[in-house]
Design a protein around this ligand. Structure first.
Ligand code: FAD
Length: 466
């Protein structure tokens, strides 16, 4: 079917208000936050903004009958081109469908539509003394649907894990228009081992199996107290070693972040008043829980980290915690500003490696940066081995673009070589698909077979994940 005919049919089906076809609107949907789509944006044929399961179902049936690609989209904050229509088709923008259907506090759960913004959900849950723990840096922008599709997480994944741990059930519209409920048709329980776990299959499926139209999420009691420790190291190896020392002392912080010397310099250059200590690495520990346990764990971290660190500070007062954390909170922005004529590239930015190999990884990335003559700023969630790398280049310079693509390819291969993964957080999308065979071997065949069961025509978000 021709693009114009598709647009006409969609308007007839859903009305003009819910369908975008103007060139300028389509351009807005031609990219997400990835370097790939900044360099190679791709317009969809049309964008629809459904507000009910029935509307999604109508679009899916129409696309299925006419062999048209469908690409679900949340807020477009993804870093892998996941929500972009690489070869035309219909983008389903779910970001405006943002009802919190029910906060079921008595059963420690909440039911939402896919477009709810993460930060807003937690504001509403806070009124019930509850929270949804995964905490992506994009919290103010990203949708819960996008988080489920990408199995998002954040710096508190150390203690609280990823989105998958909290998903109790999903309503999903399949490519043929059929609607399924995972986790039990009527279930409101939080413990459930019945059946094959289709909920887990859908979480992290990046929109290639179906459209998530409703999410039943488990909530946790909100911790009452928090504390931050900062430890400063003259030797890079002492930082990951201290992380292990802290775990072995029986403490599980909610987050453990690292800034290596490249990140420390970037922060001090960006905002000199933060004045981070000149060091090979800084660790930031966040501890949360009830006040006596936070105090106890904080003093234990101070003692344990003090064995290797040049200096350790522990704080529980809001003002001092904010000061200690400020360097980390501006790192991503600071990384983007290390060169006046350059910007940060979101590619190869979230590899994950075994804890014992973090220092080797950081050193190897430094060496790769030197090899290609590209500045790379390193920081990340060291508590679970999730390293963020920020190469900074001038994207207008084709030679630098070519070099950075080689650099990030080497970073991805390094991660696999070091028994890690190309993505600990942001997903595969269009960017890391080429590493799937190397990462998964024969298991990839079975992933493809599962995809065929749900989407025999390969219409759901083709060119992504597998
Ligand atoms: C500044 C910044 C900080 C970030 N920090 C983090 C972080 O700390 N941790 C982290 O994990 N990620 C982070 N990200 C990446 C991104 O925010 C997450 O991957 C997020 O979950 C994407 O949500 P979204 O609503 O923007 O989804 P989109 O980017 O719109 O889509 C992402 C994927 O989900 C699919 N999808 C979206 N909605 C649905 C649906 N309803 N049904 C089926 N498939 C769907 C899309 O097809 C696509 O494949 C960050 C991004 C930015 C820009």
């Amino acid at each position: 079917m021709e693009k114009a005919a598709v647009q006409k049919q969609l308007i007839a089906m859903l009305g003009k208000d819910k369908v975008l076809c103007e060139a300028l609107d389509l351009m807005y949907y031609s990219y997400d936050s990835s370097f790939l789509t900044k360099m190679e944006p791709a317009d969809p044929w049309a964008v629809v903004m459904p507000r009910s399961t029935e509307e999604v179902q109508k679009v899916m049936k129409f696309a299925f009958d006419n062999n048209i690609d469908v690409i679900p989209r949340g807020a477009g904050t993804g870093e892998t081109g996941g929500c972009v229509a690489l070869n035309g088709g219909i983008v389903l923008d779910l970001s405006t469908w943002d009802e919190i259907v029910e906060i079921d506090a008595r059963n420690m759960q909440v039911i939402v539509r896919p477009g709810v913004i993460h930060a807003r959900l937690n504001q509403e849950l806070a009124k019930h003394n509850l929270f949804f723990p995964p905490d992506p840096g994009s919290s103010q922008m990203c949708t819960v649907g996008g988080m489920v599709a990408n199995n998002a997480s954040g710096l508190r994944a150390v203690k609280y894990g990823c989105t998958e741990q909290y998903i109790l059930g999903l309503e999903v519209v399949l490519p043929n228009g059929e609607i399924i409920m995972t986790g039990g048709m009527k279930a409101r329980c939080i413990k459930n081992v019945s059946g094959l776990n289709l909920t887990k299959l859908m979480v992290g499926s990046e929109g290639v199996l179906g459209v998530i139209t409703q999410i039943r999420l488990r909530c946790w009691p909100r911790p009452k107290a928090r504390g931050i420790a900062m430890a400063v190291f003259d030797n890079l190896d002492d930082a990951p070693a201290t992380v292990l020392d802290v775990y072995q002392a029986g403490v599980l912080p909610s987050g453990i972040e690292i800034l290596d010397s490249s990140a420390i310099q970037a922060v001090n250059q960006f905002k000199p008043q933060i004045n981070l200590p000149d060091a090979e690495a800084i660790l930031l520990f966040e501890v949360d829980g009830n006040p006596p346990s936070v105090d106890y764990e904080g003093s234990l971290i101070k003692e344990v980290a003090g064995r290797r660190a040049r200096a350790v500070e522990w704080a529980t007062e809001e003002k001092r915690m904010a000061e200690l954390w400020e360097g980390r909170s501006v790192t991503a922005t600071a990384a983007a500003r290390v060169r006046k004529d350059g910007t940060r590239v979101f590619a190869g930015e979230d590899i994950s490696v075994p804890l014992a190999k973090v220092a080797d990884t950081l050193r190897a990335i430094r060496a790769l940066g030197e090899k290609y003559g590209i500045k790379v700023v390193n920081y990340g969630h060291i508590g679970d081995g999730n390293v963020h790398t920020a190469p900074v280049i001038n994207p207008e310079n084709p030679e630098e673009v070519e070099k950075v693509l080689q650099l990030v390819n080497d970073i991805h291969l390094l991660a696999i070589e070091l028994e890690g993964t190309t993505t600990g957080e942001h997903g595969v999308g269009a960017v890391r698909r080429k590493y799937a065979e190397l990462e998964h071997g024969p298991a990839l065949h079975y992933m493809k077979e599962i995809k065929k069961v749900f989407d025999p025509g390969n219409l759901m978000n083709p060119g992504k994940l597998i």
